[in-house]
Design a protein around this ligand. Structure first.
Ligand code: PMP
Length: 402
């Protein structure tokens, strides 16, 4: 029957309902600040957003969005190619290209459309794509659509990438390698220096999705490639406006002039309505702020270290190093769900992540840190985990090596 394949999801939802837990699609009833809201009738610290720089609630961004809605209306009602290309879209593209120090940029309606669209279009039948095994769903969706031969290399493993490129012989020279900057679920940073060196050796092309690293890493916030000093090896940088820039939308920038032709071959750009004027206006303001206020990035990293060190000292299994994404891995699924609810009960809202969104079969409680969190709020998050431990909810199976 058509619906048989959904039985596993039905069973999982029934299990959650039995426990009286509703982690997916929990409704935020009110936003009080960039870090606090009312969720399920309770005031909570928002520790599961991707609001890395706290800009979703910045008064300057809000004012620009209001002005734009007043002047340009609520929506474009069409695609960039048909009738939806307004002055602001073009200005945002110019500004994002300037931010990255390249000449070419495309703005998309979502980050998903940006990455999926680029991956689906850059390579085609007869070409080869090599992608990190832990790539985001937008990358997997895109490469499937491309019709290219798809090769997965082991997560953040440059030796495996090199081995697979070597096997391709002459085809390696036109292969497209895809990696991310910061990986969204575990918060680890890709080894871009090594990946870029391999790309140079084989003369391949490199696309980096900086969705979680733009505004977060690099001297001027351009992301992991800037932090690794390999920007000149990156052919295409994809990213999103929905995380550090606090709005919605996505982009691709490139030093290659061909991007201007490629633009008109991307279905996810051609056949969808462009971003509304208010979204474009707040994104432009946020981009200006991330360039002019580097102290936000510094605060984000101070907060990230505070949360990472605090959770690690409780003996939880966190990633290898501090990052704005601090994920706690659990082996016992029922226990993870109980802990998610236990945090909610104490006023801390984090993300429950289950496979396939988590890279292994483990469940995760994914915490994301914002520059807007106060040190006291970070302490409260740590204290909430500590109390779960005191109540015996964090059993030894969940503890890391130290
Ligand atoms: N790429 C990566 C690596 C992501 O993590 C995400 C979103 N989580 C996206 C792309 C899609 O971005 P958006 O949610 O802005 O559409």
């Amino acid at each position: 029957m058509l619906f048989d394949k959904f039985q596993a999801m039905a069973d999982f939802r029934a299990e959650l309902a039995e426990q009286g837990v509703a982690p997916f699609g929990a409704v935020t009833e009110e936003i009080l600040s960039a870090t606090e809201g009312i969720v399920q009738g309770r005031k909570v610290i928002l520790a599961g957003t991707n609001n890395y720089l706290g800009l979703s609630y910045d008064s300057r961004c809000i004012a620009k969005a209001q002005e734009a809605a007043q002047r340009w209306g609520t929506g474009t009602t069409g695609s960039r190619v048909a009738n939806g290309s307004f002055e602001g879209h073009q200005a945002l593209e110019d500004e994002i290209a300037e931010f990255y120090g390249v000449d070419h940029a495309i703005a998309f309606s979502t980050g998903y459309a940006a990455t999926m669209g680029m991956c689906a279009t850059l390579a085609g039948p007869g070409d080869v794509i090599l992608l990190d095994a832990d790539s985001h769903s937008s990358i997997y969706s895109g490469v499937k659509l491309s019709g290219a031969d798809i090769i997965r290399f082991k997560h953040s493993n440059p030796d495996d990438l090199a081995k697979r490129l070597r096997r391709l012989g002459d085809r390696a020279g036109q292969a497209l390698i895809i990696a991310e900057g910061i990986y969204s679920m575990l918060g680890d940073v890709a080894p871009l220096q090594e990946i870029a060196a391999i790309k140079r050796e084989y003369g391949s092309y490199l696309l980096v999705d900086e969705a979680h690293s733009m505004g977060v890493l690099g001297e001027s916030g351009r992301g992991a490639a800037q932090a690794a000093g390999v920007e000149s090896d990156v052919d295409f940088t994809a990213g999103t406006f929905s995380k550090s820039l606090g709005s919605v939308g996505g982009f691709c920038v490139s030093p290659h002039a061909e991007l201007e032709h490629i633009r008109f071959c991307i279905n996810a750009y051609i056949f969808t309505a462009s971003s509304s004027p208010s979204v474009i206006a707040s994104t432009r303001e946020a981009l200006r702020i991330i360039s002019s206020e580097p102290e936000r990035r510094e605060q984000l990293w101070r907060n990230s270290h505070q949360l990472y060190d605090g959770l690690k000292s409780l003996g939880l299994k966190v990633g290898p190093s501090a990052s704005p994404v601090v994920a706690v891995e659990f082996e016992d699924h029922a226990n993870t769900i109980a802990c998610w609810q236990g945090l909610m009960d104490q006023g801390v809202y984090v993300n429950l992540v289950v496979p396939p969104a988590s890279p292994s079969t483990n469940f995760l409680l994914r915490n994301s840190v914002s520059a807007a969190h106060s040190p006291q709020q970070i302490d409260e998050i740590i204290a909430a985990y500590a109390s779960l431990k005191d109540r015996g909810l964090l059993t030894s199976a969940e503890h890391g090596e130290g």
